[in-house]
Design a protein around this ligand. Sequence first.
Ligand SMILES: Cc1ncc(COP(=O)(O)O)c(C=O)c1O
Length: 392
Amino acid sequence: MAKPSRDWSLRTRCIHIGNETDPATGAVIPPIHLASTFRQHHAGEWREYDYSRSGNPTRTALQTTLASIEGGCGALAFGSGMAAIHAVSMLLKAGDHILAGSDLYGGAYRLFHKICDRAGLTVSLVDLTDLEAVAAARLPQTKLIWGETIGNPRLSIPDLPALAKFAKDSGILFGVDNTFGSPALIRPLEWGVDIVMHSATKYLGGHSDLVGGTLAVADPDLYQRLYFIQNATGAILDPFSCFLTTRGLKTLDLRVRAQSQTASELALWLLAHPRVEQVLYPGLPRHPGHELAKRLMGGQYGGMVTFQIAGDLKQTAKFCESTELFQLAVSLGAVESLIEQPATMSHASYGAADRARFGIGDGLIRLSVGLESFEDLRDDLEMAFTAAGLSA
Ligand SMILES: Cc1ncc(COP(=O)(O)O)c(C=O)c1O
């Protein structure tokens, strides 16, 4: 007898949940619904869809898949990852405080410090891997703890179950950005987190051809509050990008497994390189979050590798500009490998003082490992060491 669909593996659910055969034509891929509005039978009596900001069948399909793979009661697809984080911040009101992880995407740093402040919110950054520091930094008006399942760019691993318990006991919402992890590695709702967010631009889409963001939650009341915010403010994902995300999800598990494998091999190779001072990869036993990552992520550690070379800002920039396969670009999580210098690129919006405080040094380099072969990527990095005057 067939298993009930709720027992299907993540890989199977990515392909089948939300992607039912089109009943009108038998098409195995549901059509993309571009309509902005939907004809009603009677005035004041609404059908399932009325206007595409409020709901669209192609967005529903994606949100159904997402809710299933995240283990949530509902999911929402936004026009970008930042729009999704902004929607979460709109759950708060003037006077409230956000406690955010210090290993944080630069865009989230900018949103909290330079946009949310206008709405009367305050933010402080704390090392989320240090539970005592989190407890000490909590204020009576703290209403949201915001972290990343794998921190950006230092790949720190916060203890999600412990933080979720602290947040719950303190009556604080706990949201995490799981962009670096993806649901293939970790499903935060299963560890007691209230809100999980992704930049769908990255692993969910997986092909560098869309910009999108997602939220998923396990509590129906929280889902309704977030849906209200999305519908009222309008930052929805367009139907074509929903379709691309849905298509990307079908290979998510396969991609992340292969990328994790290659990233692990590259991390080991970098570790042995004489011009590398430090490798930050959760799969390495020496990484401070290794044991935790093993427990939370089931033995895979993702496709992101950060390392520190023995070079100054200029040499590091030269290194990043000298690779051929690793393309110099922000973003991550796609089939093609990317390289960037956090100090001048993804984390340039941090103030210089905060960059120094949180270990975002001039020699730091972040790799997003794609689906090319390990050997080709390794040779590409070796070539860059030579070009930057840093050969072994
Ligand atoms: C970890 C992380 N969160 C959020 C975002 C923002 O997502 P988007 O660019 O889709 O708005 C990014 C973008 O790079 C990111 O890397």
